[in-house]
Design a protein around this ligand. Structure first.
Ligand code: ADP
Length: 533
């Protein structure tokens, strides 16, 4: 066997292995399918090339030349199609792809006529070198054109690519250039240019480069490749056992064994593939999630900034609306007709509600910016709660609710907290109890228990489901049944109250036996010391 036969054999084996591996690995993707078709065309060409080099008579040599050329003509066109898919421009080049296939089929058929290959003659050390027919030159021109076209496309994409794709493109470009230059050395002797096909072995370079690109730059898939290699090894061994069987029984057993290893092997490879694909998908998803999270955080910050600025701007005009409407109602600008008084009362109520809303928004944006400040003092919380309860008495009476305050202590309950914020929390609890209790009673209790002060607001109102209780203290949460009795709500009051209670070392909790069964809200704070009143 000479160098040319050996190089053809090496090309055939490496390309066949690569083609089959790539095909098994990603048969769903057309890029990989085209690559494996390309590799298989190289393998078939090289196989017949080997038989041609080792042929003993001119008839056999001519047949093998025709066969290897019938396969070789597909190589540049498969390659071109693969490149258009790889760089994502198949649609733009579809006419050239189709034209390539037409040419490939025509030339492949022509390989068996003297128009393409006239015969074989002695040339130097080659006993049966092929003689070109008149249509061989057009083929060479098309071959060169498609090879250069594809390489240019790869190069253009390489220039603008980045990261892993850029490295893959570079490896592919290098491998393919080596392969093509090596492969081209086969065609000089056809036209009596004294360059023998020494470069043939370079064809295997593209296999090396492509494998390197897969292994080095797609690390996860190494697992798949190893599984494929082991399985292929098994198949070859089983096939060999069939071939060397010495008896019928042995033949049957070995054939059965082979038949068993094939589906088992495919099953194994598919499983490893699926696992690898799933991992890659998870990786990609995690990456997307990270960027989405970053963007969301930024958006959230922007939203908080916006809310903060807008609320500040709203505060001063609101204050003057509230101030003037209450002055008008008090008669500071003269007597107000009855009709106008009603309208004014509405203005006053709505602007008060709007004021609370603006305060809530401001508080939320302060909480989010970490700028909620507390001015802590030590005071008797019983006084504060009594004060708030008194403030709500008229409102409860107006709503037709029975409203009681039960002090379960005769002592002062001293806490160290922000008085204004404690007031706000208790106000929110009582205000909600009135809002969400269409009829019945509200009881506020205050007591000292285990070094804590416990303020509870119990109502006989609409109650809450377990899901509502879980979500209650989140921003903007409003239960479905809340809208039935009170449509004017932001879902922010409890979120703000909850945060404040926690920040001051206390807690805010809610309980209910279910919808329609009333609710109890409990606010606790640590006691500093207790003294007799
Ligand atoms: P808002 O009252 O403006 O909707 P809050 O944060 O104060 O906002 O309350 C959040 C939600 O909690 C209400 O929409 C309601 O669904 C529920 N809720 C609060 N207090 C009570 C209560 N006493 N009884 C029943 N549901 C309540």
């Amino acid at each position: 066997m000479d160098y040319f036969a050996i190089s053809a054999l090496i090309n055939a084996v490496t390309s066949a292995v690569l083609g089959v591996l790539v095909f098994l690995r990603q048969s769903k993707s057309r890029v990989y399918l085209m690559f494996s078709l390309f590799a298989l065309a190289v393998a078939v060409w090289s196989t017949f090339y080997y038989f041609w080099r080792t042929a003993n008579d001119s008839d056999a040599a001519l047949l093998f030349v025709r066969l290897f050329m019938a396969a070789a003509v597909f190589i540049p066109f498969f390659y071109f199609h693969f490149v258009t898919l790889f760089v994502g421009s198949e649609k733009r080049h579809i006419a050239s792809v189709v034209a390539g296939y037409v040419l490939a089929i025509v030339f492949s058929a022509l390989s068996f006529s003297s128009l393409f290959i006239e015969g074989v003659v002695q040339k130097g050390t080659f006993g049966y070198w092929p003689e070109p027919g008149s249509l061989f030159l057009p083929f060479l021109i098309a071959w060169l054109f498609y090879a250069v076209y594809a390489t240019t496309l790869l190069f253009q994409t390489y220039l603008y690519a980045s990261g892993r794709k850029k490295t893959q493109l570079l490896l592919l470009l290098l491998g393919m250039s080596f392969g093509y230059i090596g492969g081209a050395t086969n065609y000089f002797l056809w036209y009596d240019i004294p360059i023998p096909p020494y470069g043939n072995i370079l064809v295997a370079m593209y296999v090396v480069m492509a494998t390197y690109a897969i292994v080095r730059h797609h690390l996860f898939e190494l697992k798949v490749i190893i599984a494929e290699l082991i399985v292929t090894g098994f198949w070859i061994l089983s096939l060999l056992r069939v071939a060397v069987s010495s008896s019928h029984t042995e033949l049957i057993i070995n054939t059965l064994f082979l038949a068993l290893t094939i589906p088992l092997g495919i099953f194994l490879i598919r499983n490893v593939q699926r696992e690898v694909e799933a991992r890659e998908r998870v990786e990609q998803l995690a990456k997307k999630l990270r960027t989405a999270n970053k963007r969301l955080k930024r958006l959230d910050e922007m939203k908080s900034e916006f809310v903060s600025v807008a609320s500040h701007q709203l505060r001063s005009p609101l204050t003057s609306i509230r101030g003037y409407s209450s002055m008008l109602l008090e008669g500071s600008f003269g007597k107000i007709p009855k009709k106008a008084r009603k309208a004014l009362e509405r203005v006053s109520l709505s602007s008060a509600f709007m004021g609370r809303m603006v305060e809530d928004y401001l508080n939320v944006s302060r909480i989010e910016a970490g700028k909620l400040e507390y001015s802590m003092t030590t005071f008797n919380i019983i006084d504060t709660v009594s004060n708030v309860v008194d403030m709500f008495r008229p409102k409860a009476r107006q709503a037709g609710l029975s409203f009681q305050f039960r002090k379960k202590t005769t002592r002062a309950l001293m806490v160290h907290a922000d008085k204004g914020k404690v007031r706000q929390i208790v106000q929110n609890m009582i205000d909600n109890a009135i809002k969400y209790t269409p009829k019945g009673s509200i009881t506020v209790t205050a007591c000292g228990q285990d070094n804590q002060v416990v303020i509870a607001v119990k109502d006989s109102g609409i109650g809450m489901s377990q899901e509502t209780i879980k979500a209650l203290f989140k921003k903007f949460y409003r239960a479905d049944n809340a809208n039935n009795v009170n449509v004017n709500g932001t879902g922010l009051g409890l979120y703000v109250a909850y945060t404040m209670a926690n920040d001051m070392g206390g807690a805010l909790r809610a309980t209910s036996d279910g919808e329609g069964e009333g609710s109890t809200f409990t606010f606790t704070l640590p006691l500093t010391n207790t003294k007799r009143k």
